[in-house]
Design a binder for this molecule. Structure first.
Ligand code: ASP
Length: 435
């Protein structure tokens, strides 16, 4: 049995964190594949190595010396090396990268060095083999992971070696050029590897003890989620709950590999397990998340329900302005299009005029300052009266619901409220269903 263990930036921020990682990895012989992020912040006022590397690249782009930033990067890595008495000649690699800085280094290559160097140090410290992500995480030219080629490449490089450290966050294009994933992408690397080696578990070690039912900045001491399904987590991450990179779910979901979120600083905490399904737990609401600043564009037209194609006409206007749509609640003589306000900010009035013209609507109105809140729970589908309770709770708290949408699989109820009611709504829903 194989476990893939991914450690985030704060888990590898300094030599003390490296020691915790070693204890965790060596305490379970199944933890054979280790993925690391680049060293993160040691304290609140410090920077992540990745941010420093991006900063360095920005300096180069503007022909400004990045010497002082580079020194911070060097100091971080060399301190870890010295404090752990490692022999990997990191100074040579740092000097090589530094010399490349002057020769028009690519941004992806430069920022990937954070993970590369952290993984080199970690591999030696654990006594594991180092495998470069550029050899085993292969993209196609459209930027998607090529699983078949990655599978072949990984198994060719492994050569029976089954204890390895792989840097997260990057891979290579078919021509060998380094390409990074989006920010926080080491989560995705871990998930891809878990799929490629058919792991029995993907462990994602962070600095929190799992996913909380609601944002702790809004609800004080929210309870922790023990089990959550992949779909539920997708809904919550999309609505702003961010413990894990949104895209990390797909590879493990496709391979039906459970994902366990754990805390490097408190390894015995239960954490949160993300699974295909867990019918044993009979909780109603798994999590609550939300985001502010949406706009609702409502199109009114008498006898609209008899008209064929009116929605398509309105949507083609949104497509013309390249605006993606969040929800589309509809009535008999009206329907609404919910979008992020930022997306229509510069073209709001043009969009209204174009929709009016395209649909021949009686009127088109826009309301801004709407917050969307998703109440997510796999058991809600079989349980009558949940939305009734939700609306009643908000009513009792004097919160006006401006919009309602429910996903077709019934695991999410989304409500739109005014931005000013955002936090109170989340607290009220939490009180009703969790406390
Ligand atoms: N180091 C990268 C970042 O800061 C990737 C990661 O940590 O997952 O975004």
């Amino acid at each position: 049995m194989i476990k893939v263990a991914k450690f985030g930036g704060s888990s590898v921020a300094d030599s003390e964190q490296f020691k915790k990682v070693k204890n965790i990895v060596l305490s379970d012989p199944m933890r054979k594949f280790v993925v690391v992020s680049a060293s993160g912040k040691r304290g609140k006022n410090e920077n992540k190595i990745t941010d420093l590397l991006y900063l360095c690249h920005a300096h180069i782009m503007y022909s400004v010396s990045c010497e002082s930033v580079w020194q911070l990067i060097e100091e971080r890595f060399i301190t870890i090396k010295n404090e752990l008495n490692l022999i990997y000649p990191i100074e040579e690699d740092l000097a090589k990268i530094k010399s490349e800085l002057k020769k028009g280094i690519s941004e992806d290559y430069l920022v990937s060095r954070g993970e590369y160097l952290t993984a080199r140090l970690m591999a030696e410290y654990l006594g594991y083999e180092f495998i470069d992500a550029s050899e085993v995480i292969i993209f196609d030219y459209s930027g998607k992971i090529d699983f078949d080629r990655s599978y072949e490449a990984l198994h060719a490089v492994l050569k029976g070696n089954d204890k390895v450290v792989v840097p997260g966050f990057y891979g290579a294009l078919p021509n060998g050029e380094i390409k990074t994933l989006t920010r926080g992408g080491s989560d995705i690397t871990g998930a891809i590897l878990a799929k490629l080696v058919n792991a029995s578990l993907y462990e994602n070690w962070t600095d929190v003890s799992g996913i909380l039912i609601a944002d702790p900045r809004i609800v004080s001491n929210p309870r922790q989620i023990k089990y959550i399904t992949y779909e539920e987590l997708r809904e919550l991450s999309y609505m702003g709950a961010n413990v894990l990179h949104e895209e990390a779910i797909f590879p493990v979901m496709e391979a039906n590999i459970p994902l366990h979120i754990l805390n490097t600083n408190n390894p015995s905490d239960e954490g949160t397990i993300i699974v295909e399904n867990n019918e044993d737990e009979q909780i109603t609401v798994t999590g609550i998340a939300g985001k502010r600043d949406f706009s609702v564009i409502t199109i009114y037209k008498k006898h609209m329900s008899d008209e064929v194609g009116i929605i398509r006409k309105a949507l083609s206007v949104m497509e013309k302005y390249n605006v993606s749509i969040e929800h589309m609640p509809s009535g008999i003589d009206s329907f609404s299009i919910v979008v992020e306000t930022a997306q229509i900010k510069n073209a709001k009035y043009d969009i209204v005029v174009d929709i009016k013209e395209a649909t021949n609507a009686d009127s088109v109105k826009v309301i801004d300052d709407i917050a969307l809140i998703a109440t997510v729970g796999r058991n809600m589908a079989n349980c009558p009266g949940i939305s009734g309770r939700l609306f009643q709770t908000l009513g009792k708290n004097d919160i006006n619901i401006r919009m309602i949408a429910q996903g077709s699989d019934e695991i999410t109820i989304i409500i739109g409220v005014e931005n000013k009611d955002f936090e109170n709504s989340i607290r009220a829903i939490y009180e009703e269903f969790v406390n």
